[in-house]
Design a protein around this ligand. Structure first.
Ligand SMILES: [Zn+2]
Length: 335
């Protein structure tokens, strides 16, 4: 008779011994441990950060984005960004969170996550200057694929233009759609194309890139510019061929607002108010790039919105030309 509730224990056979790992498996496990440990270490706080909840980790690529977005909080220390002062006002906190979301390597952290981040997501794209540059926005969400380059959105009655490519982020897509989406994606040059395919499919926008910069990944862009231009988009926009940094570098000139989007052709020095061309990052011809800088003297603009670093606003066209001439003089001295 079987006993209810009784448990019969049968002696279990001994499990077969585990096969000893092959030398290959041992090596693989060891290297996996090393990789995981290295990844964790790279996410750790750089010791250069000021005490407090915000910090930058070791993966920072020194792209400068956080430093120009929130200069009160971030600075370069020992070749990478660090939090040098914890945010101490509402404005500084918002800017630090905007920088956190824009960092291309997700290297900025906040030890006590805040619900405020949800509000900050909704702020992008950020208006650059609602009074002087209405309809011109900074997209944020910089992409590591373009070394943290800045992407802009211009809203315009004849169709919005996305200038270069931000990181693909669903929240940003929805915010751009609320501003009317984009009719064109203008790509200044081959380095800053990032997630162009995903964006163009989602927004159903036509991509514009100079044929001199078309590569396998961009072979299917809808509009390829050939020759030396200039080309127009409607009455308000001119595309100016500025070869040098790359063969197919092109600037976008927004005539009514006197703004030039320069990609990697021309930028502001991080240390001073000087204009610079970064010869060490040149990918085609420095002398050609200098010729293309000279060409800008003929354009009447007062703002430079660059692919990397700080925006520049000149008092007038004359001040802009003095800055261009100083840049050329300085560069020729080093040449
Ligand atoms: Zn570039």
């Amino acid at each position: 008779m079987a006993l209810r509730g009784a448990i019969f224990l049968r002696p279990q056979p001994h499990p077969p011994p585990l096969p000893s790992p092959s030398p290959y498996a041992r090596r693989f496990r060891r290297s996996l441990v090393v990789v995981v440990a290295a990844a964790a270490a790279s996410r750790r706080r750089r010791p250069q950060n000021a005490d407090g909840e915000f910090f930058v980790d070791h993966r920072c690529i020194d792209c400068d984005t956080c430093r120009w977005m929130a200069p009160e909080v971030f600075a370069r220390v020992d070749g990478k960004s660090a939090v040098t002062k914890q945010p101490s006002s509402e404005d500084e906190m918002i800017k630090a969170l905007q920088a956190l979301l824009s960092c291309p390597t997700n290297s900025i952290h906040n030890e006590r996550p805040t619900k405020k981040i949800l509000e900050v997501h909704k702020m992008f794209p950020l208006p650059i200057d609602e009074t002087v540059l209405p309809g011109v926005y900074h997209c944020g969400y910089h992409s590591e694929k373009s070394y943290g380059a800045t992407s802009y959105l211009i809203t315009h009655p004849e169709g919005n233009i996305l200038v270069d490519c931000p990181r693909y982020k669903e929240k940003l897509v929805r915010n751009i759609e609320m501003l009317g989406g984009a009719r064109y994606m203008f790509l200044t040059h081959k380095d800053d194309v990032g997630d162009h395919e995903k964006w163009s499919k989602r927004l159903k926008c036509e991509r514009i890139l100079h044929s001199g910069d078309v590569e396998a990944s961009t072979a299917d862009v809808e509009m390829k510019l050939h020759g030396e231009g200039p080309w127009s988009i409607g009455n308000d926009f001119e595309l100016v061929h500025t070869p040098g940094h790359t063969k197919g570098s092109v600037c976008l000139y927004y005539k009514p607002l006197k703004v030039l989007f320069t990609g990697d052709h021309l930028a502001k020095s991080e240390e001073s108010d000087d204009l610079v061309i970064f010869p060490i990052y040149n990918r085609h011809s420095v002398s050609l790039q200098l010729d293309s800088v000279k060409k800008l003297i003929n354009l009447n603009f007062e703002w430079i919105l660059p692919g990397h670093g700080r925006r520049i606003r000149f008092k007038d066209n004359q001040e802009k030309n003095s800055a261009l001439e100083a840049c050329l003089d300085k560069q020729l001295l080093y040449a």
